[in-house]
Design a protein around this ligand. Structure first.
Ligand code: FMN
Length: 671
């Protein structure tokens, strides 16, 4: 089915049965329960990852990204990894440890240590002003990498990956932006390469012939940083220094080009790995190249490999969304795969804090022991459960309840399941949200859930059920402004539904995540039927200055506004800046600190910075929050029918898809 992906490949002494790896993810679970961490990894090994690369493990204390990192120089942290390695091996998998040093990306507060770096250059990401490493510090750090590698192999890992990308320590040495030295370790491109090369040589010497992958930064995406030629030269030199494979990372955490958000088109950066692969081929001593970032389906991995853009593909978040992505796809069950939607809300956004990560669309991720795959309930007990509403919370509640052995009926008033994900799926770059609904359709079908769409239920319909999970979602909140009931005013749900009828000038009252998404859709318009995504890729690259070209003008003139607070408040930390940047670049006016006088036929009369203004608009859209749609609860209570509220129906304050899915899982599992 996937001839290129299913061809074996070797990384040094390690032969892999196919070419799809699980990429490195720091989970913020590494210092917690060893059995839980082992269950997380073992499930992904069983799900078919050719090789798992762990999240970064710090080679020393000052190199830890935060207090949630394991420390390879602390014996107390090693026992966990031994349990993980054994579990993965028992599951038939292979696992490599990532050797990590954050450099100036370490958060200063982690261990009360001042971060170290090639030079004292402040980091916007961590807020740190690092100390420049001296000669002894450099030598000790190289030794720490070698010792960490030795430890990893002694623990039974099948190999190591040296982290030299994403703007961490080795990448900081390679870049002229962060390496201002003029000594053996900096001053020109050759000397800036010296540290990553010295680390690679030391690790190679420490582990003999064991597999060694180096994760390089294919493109830093930071102004003034290494050129493509310098990156290519580094890649060739690393292969010469003992790297068995090069894993191509993209972008620093300080980059202002999106690299991991939903809006990043699939495989947007595979030209970079292709270029490095060509440079290695020209050198006459090539090693396999691994491509990463937003490759979330096997079909796409296959294209990347067949096109020669890489020798292997790394998928990180797709293994959170669906641990079985590889096994199911190889077995022809790809329509079942729960795809990564790139939302980052339960993974990346949490990994930067100290919260354990999970996955929005798969809240089991990281909780495999709590919600084991083999249903615990005896199959004889088949409680009749109704789930009302098939948005994120309801879909997941129905799945979890059926999985736990209940006989489930899922009611949805709309013609299809998906809820707010169907709205989101219309937003440019969020097309994958539609696949979540499709994958749930398949899974619910397989679990014999009776899905009834197209009719709103009443309490009377629910009389025979042992328990009802109410997942009826939200209603757009109304605003109390003069003119708000005028014919030119609609709510955001109507705007998503009736896009074609909207005029050329739109004013949106509200500027949270939904308003930002709606503005994006309004200026870009819907893609033509049959669009294959290649236009998205071109548009993305042009918009972000990665390719020259001309963009079509925005489809509409759009203003979004709010009384107070930041534009896009409530969006995840990794997405907000990118989404707001994207709409501003497309000419959307974003206003905060707005006082409203009222809505008129010609637009919205506001006051901003002490001046009155009419925001001229043909249509005014209200996207000012939501209220729970939960009337069913009172009706069921009256009839004495047991019920649980989940998702937006329960609470809209602070609600997001992460909470909705997670509440669905817990309620369904308990039902
Ligand atoms: N990359 C690393 O090299 N080391 C890490 O420790 C690491 N931690 C991550 C933690 C999380 C929660 C996530 C989502 C990603 C992390 N990454 C890390 C980056 C991923 O390896 C990968 O490059 C990125 O998620 C894009 O690929 P994807 O679209 O396949 O997820």
């Amino acid at each position: 089915r996937y001839p290129s992906a299913q061809t074996p490949v070797t990384i040094g002494a390690l032969t892999l049965p196919h070419r799809v790896l699980m990429g490195s993810m720091h989970l913020n679970r590494e210092t917690g329960d060893a059995a839980a961490l082992a269950a997380f990894y073992a499930e992904r090994a069983r799900g078919g990852a050719a090789l798992i690369i762990t999240g970064g493990a710090a080679v020393n204390r000052v190199g830890a990204g935060s207090a949630g990192y394991t420390l390879l120089d602390d014996p107390a942290h090693l026992a966990t990894w031994r349990v993980v390695v054994d579990a993965v091996h028992e599951a038939g998998g292979r696992i490599a440890l990532q050797l990590f040093h954050a450099g100036r990306y370490a958060f200063e507060s982690s261990f009360s240590l001042t971060p170290v770096a090639p030079s004292a250059v402040h980091s916007r990401f961590s807020g740190a002003m690092p100390l420049a490493l001296d000669e002894a510090g450099i030598a000790a750090t190289i030794d720490d990498f070698a010792a960490g590698a030795r430890t990893a192999i002694a623990l039974g890992f099948d190999g190591v990956e040296v982290m030299a990308s994403e703007g961490y320590l080795l990448n900081q040495f390679a870049s002229p932006v962060t390496n201002l030295r003029d000594d053996a370790w900096g001053g020109d491109a050759v000397r800036r390469r010296a540290f990553p090369l010295a680390v690679t040589r030391a690790v190679r010497a420490a582990i003999g012939s064991a597999p060694l992958i180096v994760r390089i930064s294919g493109a830093d995406l930071v102004p003034g940083s290494s050129t493509p030629e310098e990156v290519d030269a580094l890649a060739v030199a690393l292969a010469g220094a003992g790297a068995d494979a090069l894993d191509v990372g993209i972008g620093w955490h300080e980059a202002r080009v999106p690299t991991v958000q939903s809006m990043v088109p699939h495989g947007a950066f595979t030209d970079v790995s292709a270029r490095i692969r060509r440079a290695l081929a020209r050198s006459g001593a090539p090693v396999p190249v691994i491509a990463a970032n937003r490759i979330n389906a096997l079909a796409q991995a296959e294209r990347v490999l067949a096109d020669g853009a890489a020798d292997l593909v790394s998928m990180a978040r797709p293994f959170l969304a669906d641990p079985h992505i590889v096994a199911d796809s190889f077995a022809g069950r790809q329509e079942r795969v729960n795809v990564c939607i790139g939302c980052n809300e339960a993974c990346i956004d949490r990994s930067f804090g100290l919260e354990p990560i999970s996955c929005t669309v798969n809240p089991r991720a990281g909780r495999e022991l709590e919600f084991p795959l083999a249903p615990q309930r005896p199959r004889g007990h088949r409680a009749r459960i109704a789930v009302v509403g098939a948005g994120p919370a309801g879909m997941e509640a129905a799945r979890a309840a059926a999985f736990a052995g209940a006989q489930v009926t899922l009611f949805e008033a709309a013609p299809a399941i998906g809820g707010q994900f169907l709205l989101a799926g219309a937003v440019p770059g969020k097309e994958d949200f539609l696949q979540t609904a499709q994958s749930f359709e398949r899974v619910l079908d397989r679990l014999d859930v009776d899905v009834r769409c197209g009719r709103a239920v009443t309490a009377a319909d629910l009389a025979g059920f042992a328990h009802v999970i109410i997942a009826t979602g939200v209603l757009p909140r109304r605003v109390d402004l003069p003119g708000a009931d005028g014919p030119n005013v609609i709510d955001y749900a109507q705007a998503f539904a009736g896009l074609a009828q909207l005029g050329a000038r739109i004013a949106v009252i509200g500027a949270g995540g939904i308003a930002v998404d709606l503005a994006h859709l309004l200026v870009e318009g819907r893609p033509p039927d049959g669009a294959d995504g290649s236009q998205d890729r071109d548009r993305f690259l042009i918009e972000n200055g990665l390719r020259t070209g001309i963009l079509s003008p925005p489809a509409r003139q759009v203003t979004i506004m709010r009384r107070s607070g930041p534009i896009g408040a409530g969006m995840g930390m990794s997405t907000r800046w990118a989404a707001v940047q994207a709409i501003r670049r497309r000419g959307v006016r974003t206003l905060t600190g707005v006082g409203y006088h009222g809505i008129e036929p010609g637009g919205v009369r506001i006051e901003i910075d002490g001046a009155a203004e009419l925001i001229a608009a043909d249509v005014v859209v209200i996207a000012a929050g939501q209220t729970p749609r939960a009337q069913l609860a009172a009706q069921l209570a009256e009839r004495g029918i047991a019920h649980t509220l989940v998702g937006g129906a329960r609470e809209t304050a602070g609600l997001n898809a992460v909470a909705a899915f997670e509440q669905g899982l817990r309620a369904g599992d308990a039902a």
